[in-house]
Design a protein around this ligand. Sequence first.
Ligand code: ADP
Length: 262
Amino acid sequence: MIREGLNIIKVGGAIVEDEESLKGLLMSFSGLRGKKILVHGGGKIATEIASRLGVETQMIDGRRITSAEMLKVVTMVYGGLVNKDIVARLQALGENAIGLTGADMNLIMSVKRPVELVNFGYVGDVKYVNTRSLKSILEAGAVPVLAPLTHDKEGTMLNTNADTIASSVARALAGDYSVTLTFCSSTPGVLRNLEDPTTLVKTISKTDFDSMVSDGTISEGMIPKLQNAFEAINDGVSKVVITSPSDLSGGTTILADPETDD
Ligand code: ADP
């Protein structure tokens, strides 16, 4: 049986905050035919609004901590302002967008990250994606726009990495659709030299990834992004790409691990 296509596009916080990039991305997104989902990141706007409200941003080892007060701000900013701005703009482009967090229709449930070396606060690790509800929204012809927020089903919202949401939703829906997962980042894809966009790596295997992490070619946010990408391609997602918002059909394609005979 040929499964219907589904495009899942994840757009990072830096793009959401850059007017020109966001405009271009939303235009390209609205040009995609068939079923689609947009997952957006948060960006620095939450930090800016938090400081205006007198809420301090706590950092440990350069990593942001979601305090109880910051959780209120990210819920307002990511689930409200950022999400609804994107929805309104997609509606203007003729897309029947619906903005949702993981709490809506119990779409994405997570558990608060256990305290080990660092207490990240109100950060959720995804445990469950409600494919039935997501499918019903898609089948109704609407376009879900997912904010980087989940819930614990006990009444608490949790701040959740948007790459992880995109990868988890893609894997969960891979049984029903032929899913293409595209991570839109501020770089054209994985680069050999960060300063030089012509050094784009067209395809990357897990072996390439391991050696490029060891020699320092791949670092920072690109490491967890690629880990999410490999999890998706090895768990039924048809195609996984990392690219820039201006080139949805280009970028770096993630290669699945070779099949092993058991
Ligand atoms: P997002 O754009 O989704 O917020 P991140 O900022 O978390 O993504 O991760 C992308 C960042 O990873 C790039 O902006 C870049 O600074 C960094 N990076 C590290 N190594 C590489 C690499 N080899 N190729 C491309 N980007 C890289």
